[in-house]
Design a protein around this ligand. Structure first.
Ligand SMILES: [Fe+2]
Length: 287
């Protein structure tokens, strides 16, 4: 039976969360969940995650995996909330340890904070095979946007591409976060675009141009024919030059500092202080 996929768009961060499953009543994976966060008030809420929970319950699914494509810089992960509510194992690529090392330094995290990925329930090595019920899945290492980005190939027919490729008219993800590398991203994208032309690609974000509705799915053929940054014929040097120039003009995402310090903890909040309150840090004049 082919994989079924349900998308949920978080308007505030333009993030798609996916539920991948084989049939009602069976196992599922939830990919890139969102915990709503208001930076003005410092309040979190679970509106977006609760929509995912409602779908899981309505379809009688049981959660096997809570997958992250990478440590996101534009939203906080709801994976720990979903695990408490629905179960499942939180998983990410093993190179998360590199990202943790960088941000442990930047945020001067507590000495006990481990940079070995052990906050996550499972770490994928490149090309690891895993299963969602009877669906065969593979964790593809696609560094470039960050060193730890993974794409998840499901059933040999569809790929959750994370922040490698965006929709063809939007292009590609930035590479200027710590550890990002435009050359690596080019290689990662070519790896994804080498899959059969009818392979469905599900993006993690969409930022549609004026007049187009947000969309979550495209194909290898559409990307190779029309991706504005990496259609067939664009070589590595041209891509790297375009990406580097473009990144130099981009501002930092609004939620980068709150999001990353939570997401390197697998979505868990920092330890509460003696007064019982949890704080997020803002390093001044560092980025
Ligand atoms: Fe990202």
């Amino acid at each position: 039976m082919p994989a079924l996929i349900q998308a949920f768009l978080d308007d505030a961060s333009s993030t798609y969360t996916y539920i991948v499953y084989e049939a009602d009543g069976g196992p599922c994976a939830i990919v890139d969940s969102v915990l709503n966060y208001d930076p003005a008030s410092g309040r979190t809420d679970t509106t977006q995650a609760d929509k995912v929970i409602a779908f899981v319950r309505e379809h009688g699914l049981h959660v096997q995996w809570l997958l992250e494509t990478h440590a996101h810089a534009d939203h906080l992960s709801a994976a720990p909330y979903l695990r408490r509510t629905l179960g499942g194992k939180i998983a990410i690529g093993e190179s998360i340890s590199k990202v943790q090392g960088v941000f442990k330094n930047l945020f001067n995290l507590e000495p006990e904070f481990r940079v070995d990925g052990s906050q996550f329930d499972h770490l994928f090595a490149p090309d690891d095979i895993f299963h969602i019920g009877n669906l065969k899945a593979q964790a593809l290492h696609v560094p470039g946007h960050t060193p730890a980005d993974m794409a998840y190939l499901i059933d040999g027919r569809l790929i959750l591409v994370g922040d490698t490729l965006f929709m063809p008219d939007v292009g590609t993800a930035r590479c200027d976060f710590p550890g990002g590398d435009a050359r690596q991203l080019y290689a990662s994208m070519r790896k994804l675009l080498a899959f059969p032309s009818d392979t469905k690609l599900y993006v993690c974000h969409d930022y549609p141009p004026e007049g187009r509705e947000a969309k979550c799915q495209t194909t290898v053929a559409e990307q190779r024919a029309g991706n504005i940054h990496v259609h067939d014929g664009v070589d590595e040097a041209a891509f790297v030059e375009m990406r580097t120039q473009r990144d130099a003009g981009l501002g930092m995402p609004t939620l980068l500092l709150p999001a990353i310090q939570v997401n390197v903890r697998a979505g868990n909040m920092p330890p509460a202080e003696e007064n019982g309150v949890t704080y997020l840090k803002i390093p001044l004049n560092q980025l």
